[in-house]
Design a protein around this ligand. Structure first.
Ligand SMILES: Cc1cc2nc3c(=O)[nH]c(=O)nc-3n(C[C@H](O)[C@H](O)[C@H](O)COP(=O)(O)OP(=O)(O)OC[C@H]3O[C@@H](n4cnc5c(N)ncnc54)[C@H](O)[C@@H]3O)c2cc1C
Length: 383
């Protein structure tokens, strides 16, 4: 069977659905294929929550990008009639006087973004669960917060469908068919060929495998997270009282109570590299990770450290060597594009990335300068 479209998007994570929606808004006839359901629990976008922060240390480029993404999230909130970006603020605990958070503060100040610099005693008065001896000061920015991730995928998918996007679940693309002109189709596991004028590959941590012949420099790492139920005072961990928190230089970040009375903490430091994600161990919490979490909590939020009800959650990052994304046309294929390599920090930018990819694919360039994300910065190994 052969299906003709203007664009075929491979991958129905947040990047794929956002791009598909924007492509449809630009008048394209789009089919989106995903090997599972949209959303699904194995995708990086299939979790409950992601952090939305405007702070990136001294890297003002990403702060600018988050600023550009913010109105697009608010527009998505409005169009979907859901609170997908919930701006309950981000509290960053600085363990050094002049470290990462001080650099972030300088950028926020320069860009006139609202923030508060809080002394530990004040943090303790507002948020009594924190140990004021664990950090030197804290940076709070109220425009940050949390994004309901899998709900954002579902809401975008349904807006895209309303614009005419055809979403085809359980279609695994196994082969990219190329000729001298570029990509001429993608073949699925059932042998069907899906044809279009243009293609967008937004396959998350499967991108390296799907586009194997391009040798994309994407390393997949296994990342651990832990859901735990506070044993006491659960009310004060609700989103309206307890902002998203982060102590990124020591690795950890976390969210308020959001599902069945559980809060979540995660470690942003890169986990072990894997060849094949072990999907069957999705809910695993290794004794070692449990221990690291308890140690972090004992220091920063002591009343949580004795947690008894908990569950692990494993997720995979698609890392590039420089942690910058890949948003570009594929070499040797003027009609094929890739959006991948989000290196564990892409979600917050998804509406901006979807819009930019759609502009690039339809008009040849995007309003956002994508130079930093070009494939040409790497020496690709053709396999
Ligand atoms: C543990 C963890 C924490 C994170 N925290 C944050 C955060 O706090 N803030 C932030 O901004 N970002 C965060 N990120 C990053 C963010 O979640 C990702 O950058 C984003 O979700 C990537 O979306 P995606 O659409 O590229 O990939 P995915 O969501 O993985 O979607 C890819 C889709 O492609 C489909 N697919 C793959 N191969 C094929 C194929 N051959 N055929 C058909 N379909 C295919 C898959 O089934 C999947 O649905 C985090 C990521 C992880 C793993």
């Amino acid at each position: 069977m052969s299906v003709k479209n203007t664009v075929v998007v491979v991958g129905g994570g947040i990047m794929g659905v956002q791009a598909a929606w924007h492509l449809a808004k630009l008048g394209q006839s789009v089919t989106l294929l995903d090997q599972y359901l949209v959303p699904n629990q194995w995708a990086a976008s299939g979790d409950h929550l992601r952090v939305f922060r405007l702070t990136y240390g001294k890297d003002a480029f990403y702060t600018e990008m988050a600023l550009k993404a913010l109105p697009l999230w608010l527009d998505l909130n409005a169009q979907s009639e859901e609170t997908l970006l919930q701006q309950n603020g981000v509290l960053e605990l600085a363990t050094k006087e002049n470290g990462y958070e001080a650099q972030s503060l300088a950028v926020l100040k320069d860009r006139k973004i609202k923030y508060d610099r809080l002394e530990p005693s004040l943090v303790r008065r507002i948020y009594p669960m924190y140990n004021p001896k664990a950090f030197k000061w804290a940076l709070f920015h109220p425009d940050g917060g949390m994004i309901w991730a899998n709900r954002s995928v579902a809401a975008t998918a349904s807006l895209a469908q309303r614009k005419g996007v055809r979403i085809r679940s359980n279609v695994k693309v196994t082969q990219v068919l190329r000729d001298r002109q570029g990509v001429r189709g993608v073949k699925d596991a059932a042998g069907r060929v899906w044809e279009a004028e243009k293609y967008l590959f937004a396959a998350g941590y499967w991108s390296g495998e799907l586009l194997k012949s391009y040798g994309l420099p994407i390393k997949v790492t296994r990342q651990s997270q832990l859901f735990l139920r506070p044993m006491i005072s659960r009310g004060r961990y609700r989103p309206e009282h307890f902002p998203v928190f982060a102590a990124l230089p020591v690795g950890f970040y976390g969210f308020p109570v959001h599902i069945h009375g559980f809060i979540k903490i995660g470690d942003h430091r890169k986990g072990p590299a894997v060849k094949r994600p072990d999907h069957e161990r999705l809910r695993e919490c290794t004794p070692q990770f449990e221990k690291t979490c308890r140690k972090f909590l004992k220091k920063f939020i002591p009343e949580l450290a004795g947690f008894t009800e908990y569950e692990g959650h494993v997720c995979w990052y698609d890392n590039t060597p420089d942690d910058d994304f890949i948003l570009d046309r594929l070499p040797d294929a003027p009609n094929a594009y890739v959006a991948a390599g989000f290196s564990g920090h892409g979600f917050k930018f998804a509406p901006l990335i979807g819009k930019s990819m759609a502009e690039l694919m339809v008009g040849g360039k995007s309003e956002l300068n994508l130079h930093r994300f070009r494939l040409g910065r790497f020496r690709l190994r053709r396999r």
